[in-house]
Design a protein around this ligand. Structure first.
Ligand SMILES: NC(=O)c1ccc[n+]([C@@H]2O[C@H](COP(=O)([O-])OP(=O)(O)OC[C@H]3O[C@@H](n4cnc5c(N)ncnc54)[C@H](O)[C@@H]3O)[C@@H](O)[C@H]2O)c1
Length: 439
């Protein structure tokens, strides 16, 4: 099939590459000509395991190309995916200017029946807005051209995006046109060979489904963070509580880890946008407001402990940070909890030295020279008064603690991901702080 994906970021690039991998002719569009130039040479613009190989192969086999020429890309397509960003506006609602901007261009260049697919995460009612935007451009052109708008939210996780896309848990398709639905089912058939996991629903339900999924996951995180805070107060152990509750199938074992708060390009903005949608419809989303509050508190929890450990005398101290990206296996720093933490440390006069296996460049874009970035985890421990762990990269799970001690000024670890056993750390001679577990 002829597929166009508008927006070549984390979602659009993965979608375009995976559609090409299953044999479709795919054009990826972006307004950023530097991105398009790099992608056209097969150079990925994001870190995503497995992506480079697929990208190179599909470009070489001429099933995938990238362009800034949206007119040609629209006109050659049977299906057009909109996968541009929907960042939070000032009031927390999703900013639809990019999505509706693309819809406008589709209306300007439409040359025959096409399915227009909202893959971006968009608030309820956006399919209708996209449809109206296209229609009004067609009216300006005094032409009648048939098209359908489908809502097809994306559930991939950065860090395992290729696998998630190639073997999805589910494909949610919102729409009512049989013609469009049958094209969508045909496109996705290759990803669903073992089991038909397509859920067809109306556009609005599909739009709400995406937000509800992210809101539920964010709720789980804040719930466990709140339980960890309680464990800290009463001397219980969140690990034992986690096993105790996770063994109940109705609760499940996954996503029950406490940490330094959720971040990334999705949960924070999607929770905010859903709260906003509720408010616009006269509904206080009380649970989600609490989820946000708990998350804001959680992002500062370890900073409080650092302050107490150093008796509020942080100025002049040096702290090393392992992990900057909002989670492992990605270079995405959008809304990473490390940003707030490091800003607090810098404001307090701390020298911050940091290492992330893939996000150092993104960190440089944020802090410039204000944070000292190292290319090797042990080297940044030199002269540091403590280590702070922010992202649970595999390489941090079983480090050489004796080597660490020789580099650090003092054997002190603030672990925002509960990577190590507190008793082991005590035996090894570390002062060790984690979340929801007795030190
Ligand atoms: N990142 C994720 O893990 C993830 C997962 C599921 C859903 N989503 C949703 O998918 C959407 C895209 O997210 P992302 O992380 O890929 O964003 P992104 O910022 O990485 O990519 C968006 C791309 O769109 C391009 N763009 C903007 N306006 C354009 C236009 N008019 N024409 C062509 N290109 C244009 C930008 O240059 C950018 O490259 C968002 O709504 C997001 O919420 C993201």
């Amino acid at each position: 099939m002829q597929v166009t994906v508008v927006g070549s970021g984390y979602v659009g690039l993965v979608a375009a590459t995976c559609f090409a991998e299953t044999g479709n002719d795919v054009v990826g569009v972006d307004i950023d000509k530097h991105k398009v130039a790099r992608l056209s040479k097969g150079i990925s613009i994001i870190y995503e395991p497995g992506l480079d190989e697929l990208l190179t192969r599909n470009i070489a086999e001429k099933r995938l190309r990238f362009t800034t020429d949206i007119k040609q890309a629209i006109q050659s397509a049977e299906i057009i995916f909109i996968a541009v960003g929907t960042p939070p506006g000032e009031d927390g609602s999703a900013d639809l200017q990019y999505v509706l901007g693309v819809a406008k261009q589709i209306g300007q260049h439409l040359n025959g029946y096409k399915v227009v697919v909202n893959k971006s995460t968009v608030p309820v009612g956006t399919a209708q807005k996209v449809s109206e935007t296209i229609q009004s451009e067609l009216s300006l052109r005094h032409v009648t051209i048939d098209f359908d708008v489908i809502s097809n939210p994306e559930f991939l996780k950065e860090g395992s995006a290729i696998d998630d896309f190639m073997k999805p848990d589910r494909i949610v398709i919102g729409g009512s046109s049989e013609r469009a639905l049958s094209l969508m089912k045909k496109l996705y058939a290759s990803f669903l060979r073992t089991d038909n996991r397509i859920y067809v629903m109306d556009n609005k339900s599909a739009e709400v489904t995406k937000y509800a999924a992210n809101a539920m996951l964010a709720t789980k995180i804040s719930f466990m963070n709140e339980m960890a805070a309680l464990c800290d107060k009463v001397g219980a152990n969140i690990d034992q509580v986690r096993f105790g509750i996770g063994s109940d199938d109705r609760i499940g074992k996954k996503f029950l880890f406490p940490g330094i708060g959720y971040g990334g390009s999705c949960f924070p903005k999607d929770v905010k946008a859903l709260v906003r949608t509720g408010r616009e419809n006269g509904l206080n989303m009380k649970i989600l407001e609490a989820v946000e509050d708990v998350n804001d508190r959680q992002k500062k929890t370890l900073f409080g402990r650092i302050q107490r450990h150093f008796e509020n005398k942080l100025a002049g101290k040096a702290i090393a940070v392992w992990g900057l990206a909002f989670k492992p296996r990605t270079d995405d720093m959008r809304e990473a909890p490390s940003i707030e933490m490091i800003n607090l440390l810098l404001e307090a006069g701390v020298t911050v030295k940091a290492y992330d296996p893939v996000a150092n460049q993104q960190a440089k874009d944020i802090w410039g020279d204000r944070v000292i970035l190292g290319s090797e985890p042990y080297q940044i421990l030199d002269g540091a008064d403590a280590l702070l762990i922010h992202t649970e990269w595999n390489e941090f799970r079983s480090p050489n603690f004796e080597t660490m001690k020789t580099h650090l000024n003092a054997p002190v670890i603030f672990d925002g991901r509960n990577l190590y056993d507190p008793a082991d750390m005590h035996t090894l001679g570390f002062t060790y702080f984690s979340l929801g577990r007795p030190s």
